[in-house]
Write a protein that binds this ligand. Structure first.
Ligand code: 2AL
Length: 251
């Protein structure tokens, strides 16, 4: 099977890092195609960056979504998730959503350890949107800029570990969700050091996407995830609109 893994920011090194993390957990028969938008911010660290990231994810889903068996959105704000689901028939999984589900299978309560403190509210909004506010006991910023994670040395890992230890104790939680795609390659060593489940959303989303696709399950085309209505798109988005469906979709 083929999975499209979209890094919604425009950092090529981070796309390569995310692709490696996805391939490390993918099943032998799974091909990972990693992409990023050709516009937008180098890292997603706030609402303004997130707005461009959502459009970038919609673009990538529109361009490549029909050729794959599953799509992973590899940014912890899950930008453009609903738009990508409208654009695709294959299952589309956001890494925050995947990590929240995985953590809930492993502990009654979990904590999120993320990058900039200003992004905590984005995670909190997602927890409410997905209905996980009763399972998440705290969202903690480290004030580590996203792009510093491209070359995370021992000092950064120690900072994330310290924030996770504080979260586990302060929140009385049993698992840690890593709140950035750039932390994907740190999960194993942090889990070993902390002695609790440490969930990287990229890995979780790849396995959920593989699982759903293997079960023959698709994004519902009934209701609000139906194919976008045909209409003209202008400017740089002119090629991204949907033509009338050959088969016909009434909803
Ligand atoms: C992220 C992420 O996963 N990628 C990115 O550019 N920003 N999220 C975050 N909370 O830092």
């Amino acid at each position: 099977m083929k999975l499209l893994v979209v890094n919604p920011n425009t950092s090529a090194p981070m796309t390569a890092q995310i692709a490696a993390a996805a391939r490390a957990v993918a099943a032998p028969g799974t091909t990972i195609v990693a992409t990023q938008p050709d516009f937008g911010a180098a890292s997603i660290e706030g609402h303004y960056d997130d707005a461009f990231a959502a459009a970038g994810v919609a673009q990538q889903a529109r361009l490549h979504g029909a050729q794959v068996d599953g799509v992973v959105i590899a940014c912890f704000g899950d930008p453009g998730l609903d738009a990508a689901r409208e654009a695709c028939t294959a299952p589309v999984i956001g890494i925050a959503e995947a990590a929240f589900h995985a953590a809930s299978f492993l502990a009654t309560g979990f904590s999120v350890v993320t990058t900039m403190t200003r992004t905590c509210v984005i995670a909190e909004h997602l927890l409410h949107k997905y209905g996980f506010e009763r399972r998440c006991r705290g969202v903690h910023g480290t004030d580590i800029p996203v792009l510093e994670l491209e070359a995370a040395g021992p000092a950064l890992v120690t900072r994330i570990e310290a924030a996770a230890r504080h979260a586990l104790q302060h929140d009385r939680s049993g698992a840690i969700v890593l709140g950035c795609a750039g932390m994907a390659d740190l999960a194993a060593q942090l889990q070993q050091r902390l002695g609790v489940p440490v969930i990287d959303g990229v890995a979780a989303a790849v396995k959920f996407a593989e699982g759903l696709a293997a079960l023959g399950l698709h994004t519902s085309k009934q209701g609000d995830y139906a194919r976008p209505l045909p209409k003209a798109y202008a400017g740089w988005a002119a090629s991204l609109g949907f033509a009338p469906s050959a088969v016909g979709s009434s909803s």
